[in-house]
Ligand binder design. Structure first.
Ligand code: BEZ
Length: 395
């Protein structure tokens, strides 16, 4: 272009602008081009630290596979270590929402912390994707159009194991778990199905989270002599519990069953103590799912680690975000369009494709797995397309 034409064009543009004829960039357009701020609120210390790291890895892997951008927006991470501490949760989530102005919250692992996040997300209408915490209330009484879960409800794996043991003809079970929402709700789900199937929960044992002084409770189990034990523990606590159970000599006499967190991401540390254990979960190490094959390969190449259920849930949290953003051209303000797209989607997960319920919790197969040679091998499907009852959800 010659100098004269350039000058004429520039002059024309300034005349239009002076007359207010050039539309200023709309807020939505500006947002759609800005970096997408993702607030990761996860535990990076404490008994759930490994779970938080795996979730972040899975989330980042999906974003990297998309070239670092979702719907044309470069992704920027702001991180908070929530320490799995509910007493710090409201302050932590407010920092991300009010100080850092994140576009979306992704978190967390611990059910008590997640409930505080859901409350703030609801009050401020911030998009929240929960990549682990199973608190039933998040997609139950606290459900909201802007809250989604890529993982499970605590009820789901517990309920599936209740069905498995009842069908097996087990009659008397003792339960043992941490006394907080995740443990309570896993046991409640187990009990609901197990007692419906004719079994009885003869003893419910608890200790405060994240205590790992199991000895007195193991002595109680030995004295009670149930047919089996059902448990919820995860992370570092699960490692210690499985080892202590075996060391107390109980593994041979009273079979141990659990929600699959008992043996996921923990097998190297648990060693022989975990061999042979049966658990129920929405993921396993030996699935014949094409998406799982590519996911496991990419994850191992990128992080020099084998993935676990937490990595899958982080990956799928990013997939849910991508689906919603695609439908809104990257505009997180369009909450109704975002929700409609996610509600209609079939999510191509390494666990096998799943959909979200009306309450935004995965409707998914729960696998029966058995630990064999340090892998959670899939034995079969314990419960097909299990949908959480979403009690109290009005949406
Ligand atoms: C929970 O607190 O909801 C939870 C923590 C670890 C594994 C599974 C559930």
């Amino acid at each position: 272009m010659d100098k004269f034409r350039r000058t004429a064009l520039a002059l024309g543009a300034s005349v239009l602008a002076a007359g207010g004829l050039l539309a200023p960039m709309s807020a939505a357009h500006a947002q759609a081009n800005a970096k997408l701020k993702v607030g990761l609120m996860l535990p990076y210390t404490g008994t759930y630290a490994a779970l938080g790291n795996a979730i972040e890895n899975g989330f980042r892997l999906y974003v990297t596979e998309q070239g670092g951008k979702l719907s044309g927006r470069e992704v920027e991470f702001v991180k908070v270590d929530d320490e799995s501490d509910p007493s710090k949760a409201t302050d932590n989530v407010n920092k991300l929402v009010k100080r850092d102005n994140v576009d979306v919250l992704v978190g967390t692992v611990h059910s008590g912390v997640a409930m505080a996040m859901a409350k703030v997300a609801k009050e401020t209408n911030t998009l929240l994707i929960v990549p682990n915490a199973g608190a039933d209330a998040v997609t139950g009484a606290m459900c909201a159009p802007n809250i989604f879960r890529s993982s499970f409800s605590n009820w789901q794996p517990g309920y599936a194991m209740g069905e498995v043991l009842a069908k097996k003809g087990v009659k008397r079970v003792a339960t043992i778990t941490w006394k907080y929402a995740a443990g309570d709700e896993a046991v409640r789900g187990f009990k609901e199905a197990f007692e419906k199937g004719g079994g009885t929960v003869v003893k419910e044992l608890n200790l405060p989270f994240p205590n790992v002084e199991f000895q007195a409770l193991l002595t109680d189990i030995a004295a009670t002599k149930p047919d089996a034990v059902f448990t919820f523990f995860a992370g570092g606590g699960a490692v210690k519990f499985v080892k202590d159970y075996a060391a107390a000599g109980l593994k041979k006499s009273i079979p141990l069953y659990g929600s699959g967190f008992l043996t996921d991401g923990t097998l190297d540390a648990q060693g022989d103590a975990a061999e042979g254990l049966f658990t129920t979960l929405h993921y396993a190490d030996s699935l014949n799912v094409p998406k799982d094959k590519s996911f496991r390969l990419n994850y191992a190449k990128t992080f020099k680690l084998q993935p676990d259920v937490y990595a899958v849930q982080g990956y799928d949290a990013a997939q849910i975000l991508a689906i919603g953003l695609k439908a809104t051209n990257g505009d997180v303000g369009k909450k109704a369009e975002f929700a409609a797209a996610v509600e209609a989607a079939k999510i191509d997960s390494p666990r096998g494709a799943f959909t979200l319920s009306k309450a935004h919790n995965p409707v998914q197969d729960i696998y029966l797995r058995q630990v064999e040679a340090k892998e959670n091998k899939m034995v079969g499907i314990a419960t097909k397309a299990l949908n959480d009852p979403a009690r109290g959800c009005k949406m």
